[in-house]
Design a protein around this ligand. Structure first.
Ligand code: G6P
Ligand code: MG
Length: 219
C-alpha cells in the first residue's frame, strides 16, 4: 500500500517566509513602496516574478522591463545572503521525523515547490537525499494554483493524482492539489487553508499513526 507524498518547501519544510519578507521589503523601500508583513502573507506560494508584479501593483508603480529584471536579481541575491546560514536546525518541527518515517515505510517522496532555490535549500538542510523526485521553479511554467508542479511530481514518481498526498501552507497550493484530485493537507492557519482536506498547525500536531491513516484515505 503506497502513495506519493508531495511536499511544498517554503512554509512546510522550512520557514523562509521571514527571509523573503526582508528581501522584498528592502527592494520595495528602494523604489519607494511600503511593504507590510500582511502583504508578505499574500506572496506565499507566489512565484518570484508574480510577487514583484503584485508589490508594484500594491504600490501603484511600474518599472521598465530591464529594471524589473534587475530588481529580481537583486532580491534573489539579498535572499540568498539571508539564507546562507540555513542548516538542519531550520527544518520545521516534526518534518524531519515524518520524512524519515515515510522512508522507513518505503513510501515515495517528492518536492513540489515554486522556488528556484529549492535544491540549494534542501542541501543546506541536509535532507535532499530523502527526496526521490524534485520539481521546482526551474521545471514548471504554470504557477500554483495551477496543478502542474504536483502533477509532474506524481507522474515522475509513477503514481496517479488520486493516490497522491500534498502538504501545503498556501491557499494557492491547496487549491492546486485539490484541482489535481490529490489529497490536500494544510499546514498553518485553519481559516486561510479551509479548502484543505485536513489542516494542522505543524507536523508535530499530527496523530502518531497519521501516515497509516493517510495510506488508507481515498479522496
Ligand atoms: C515559494 C515561496 C514564495 C516565493 C516562491 C519563489 O512559493 O512561498 O514566497 O516567492 O517560492 O521562490 P524563489 O526562491 O524562486 O524566489
Ligand atoms: Mg509554501
Amino acid at each position: 500500500n503506497k502513495k506519493a507524498f508531495i511536499f511544498d518547501l517554503d512554509g512546510v519544510v522550512v520557514d523562509t517566509a521571514k527571509f523573503h519578507f526582508v528581501a522584498w521589503q528592502r527592494l520595495a523601500a528602494d523604489i519607494g513602496i511600503n511593504f507590510t508583513e500582511k502583504e508578505n502573507e499574500q506572496l506565499k506560494g507566489v512565484s518570484r516574478v508574480d510577487s514583484l508584479k503584485k508589490i508594484l501593483e500594491w504600490g501603484n508603480k511600474t518599472l521598465p522591463q530591464e529594471e524589473f529584471d534587475q530588481k529580481l536579481i537583486e532580491k534573489n541575491n539579498q535572499y540568498l545572503s539571508l539564507i546562507e546560514g540555513l542548516s538542519v536546525n531550520d527544518i520545521l518541527p516534526g518534518v524531519h521525523s515524518f520524512l524519515l518515517d515515510l522512508k522507513a515505510k518505503s513510501q515515495p517522496i517528492a518536492l513540489g515547490s515554486a522556488s528556484k532555490n529549492a535544491r540549494p535549500i534542501l542541501k543546506k538542510l541536509g535532507i535532499i537525499d530523502l527526496f526521490d523526485v524534485i520539481v521546482d521553479g526551474t521545471n514548471v511554467t504554470k504557477a500554483k494554483p495551477n496543478p502542474e508542479v504536483f502533477l509532474s511530481a506524481c507522474s515522475q514518481l509513477g503514481f496517479k493524482a488520486t493516490d497522491s498526498i500534498v502538504f501545503e501552507d498556501s491557499k494557492a497550493g491547496v487549491q492546486a492539489a485539490n484541482t489535481a484530485g490529490m489529497i490536500s493537507i494544510g499546514l498553518g492557519d485553519q481559516t486561510n487553508l479551509n479548502e484543505a482536506d485536513a489542516v494542522f498547525q505543524s507536523f508535530e500536531e499530527m496523530p502518531s499513526d497519521y501516515i497509516k491513516t493517510l495510506l488508507n484515505t481515498q479522496k
